[in-house]
Ligand binder design. Structure first.
Ligand code: RFL
Ligand code: PHB
Length: 389
């Protein structure tokens, strides 16, 4: 089989890239190692920046997002038991859209099925080959048969643990990493959210986040230890811990119920440079990871593939230099989102090794932030998302 772009991975990056290329008339095939149900079962991001919303609109999959998503004009920061609102709309003129990654993925999967582009799910032993020469290909085994997709370019959209980045010779890639000494324990439950906007909390017991998927479905997180296990957390234990981290008035209002999903995610900052190796291009979590505090992971995946699709379009329009700029353009945005996510994470979590001095530095920074319009504007500009260049 032959195509123009072979895309490895059917997460949001791969599916959105497929849709953008389809719209530009560029042939593409997606190869995904899991089943569609497995991909949809991963509960992850919840907040979309305007850039991501615009890209979904551009490819014509925005209808349900606009009908069911919740536009948010601000969020609350909590420290020392008090809530302080960050007015995104007032400070930047922009808002964010609360709409789950699962729904984004479902909308993109439905669109792909409608337009009839090929996706291979449950592909085993996926290998990316020949990208340092003129004849790249992606091979895999499906139902016991080995297949090969020959292509002009490979887009590695296969997440942090994927095969694309791992196939680049070690000497050709630089990796920058910071691993945080804690994780997030997340719970999804069909209970109304405790507040109509998100609440990010700094508490003596550690970080907490109150988020949502709809008016009837809540997503909550509490900072936990890296060696903790989901099995250690009954629903009751989780709700008690969350209640202990919420401001008193919210704790009283909190509605609890059985969890639908419960998981622990480690927190990591990671960047691989460059994001292009000959005819292989990395996008999304395959190239970089941010801790979820800034809600940037899915949004960076979307902006990467927005840039990549533009570069491929230029290339096929006859501008051979089109693809030369991808890595530098994408990384300029990635590093800024890395900085914001690292900063927000550092300010909000309990770092046992930082001691009382570190704790006071966090409180001083939070106190400065809520007292300074300039500091709030800087935070809000980053939260709603920087322009796509
Ligand atoms: P994905 O979603 O990991 O998709 C990669 C796909 O590639 C497949 N794959 C392979 N396919 C073929 N061959 C192989 N060898 C393969 N290896 C892997 C995988 O099965 C998968 O389907 O990466 P992508 O598309 O780059 O998307 C990135 C986002 O998923 C991620 O950045 C976000 O979920 C991060 N994130 C958040 N981002 C936001 O923008 N806003 C948020 O509010 C937000 N909250 C979060 C988050 C991530 C979290 N976790 C669990 C890490 C909250 C959490 C808790
Ligand atoms: C979520 O709803 O899952 C979510 C929201 C905001 C974040 C991280 C995760 O910063």
């Amino acid at each position: 089989m032959r195509t123009q772009i072979a895309i490895v991975g059917a997460g949001p990056a791969g599916l959105l890239l497929g849709a953008l290329l389809h719209r530009a008339g560029i042939d593409n095939v997606i190869i995904e190692q899991r089943s569609p149900e497995y991909v949809l079962g991963r509960i992850r991001a919840g907040v979309l920046e305007q850039v991501a919303v615009d890209l979904l609109d551009q490819v014509g999959v925005g209808r349900r997002m606009h009908a069911e998503g919740l536009p948010h004009d601000g969020f609350d920061l909590v420290f020392e038991g008090q809530r302080h609102r960050i007015d995104l709309q007032g400070l930047t003129g922009k808002r964010v859209m609360v709409y789950g990654q699962t729904e984004v993925t479902r909308d993109l999967m439905d669109h792909r099925a409608d337009v009839g582009r090929t996706t291979f799910y449950e592909a085993q032993d996926v290998a990316v080959e020949g990208f340092d020469g003129d004849a790249p290909s992606v091979s895999f085994t499906k139902d016991g048969v080995r297949h090969s997709v020959e292509c002009d370019f490979i887009a590695g959209c296969d997440g942090f643990h994927g095969v694309s980045r791992a196939s680049v010779p070690a000497g050709a890639i630089r990796q920058h990493e910071k691993v945080y000494p804690f994780g997030w324990l997340g719970v999804l439950a069909d209970v109304p959210p405790v507040h109509h906007e998100l609440i990010y909390g700094h508490t003596e017991r550690g970080f907490m986040l109150a988020s949502m998927r709809s008016h009837t479905r809540s997503r909550y997180y509490v900072q936990c230890s890296l060696d903790d296990h989901v099995e250690n957390w009954s629903d009751e234990a989780f709700w008690n811990e969350l209640r202990a981290r919420l401001p008193a008035e919210d704790a009283e209002r909190l509605v609890t119920g059985p969890s639908i999903e419960k998981s622990i995610a480690p927190l990591r900052s990671f960047v691989a440079e460059p994001m292009r190796f000959g005819r292989l291009f990395l996008a999304g979590d395959a190239a970089h990871i941010v801790p979820p505090t800034g809600a940037k992971g899915l949004n960076l995946a979307a902006s990467d593939v927005g840039l990549l699709a533009r570069c491929f379009e230029e290339h096929y329009r006859g501008n051979a230099g089109g693809i030369e700029h991808y890595s530098a353009l994408a990384l300029a945005r990635v590093w800024k989102a890395e900085r914001f996510s690292w900063w927000f994470t550092s300010m909000m979590h309990r770092f046992p090794e930082n001691g009382s001095f570190g704790h006071h530095m966090q409180l001083a920074e939070l106190s400065y932030l809520v007292g300074s319009k300039a500091a709030q504007t800087a935070m809000a500009e980053n939260y709603v998302g920087l322009p796509l260049n």
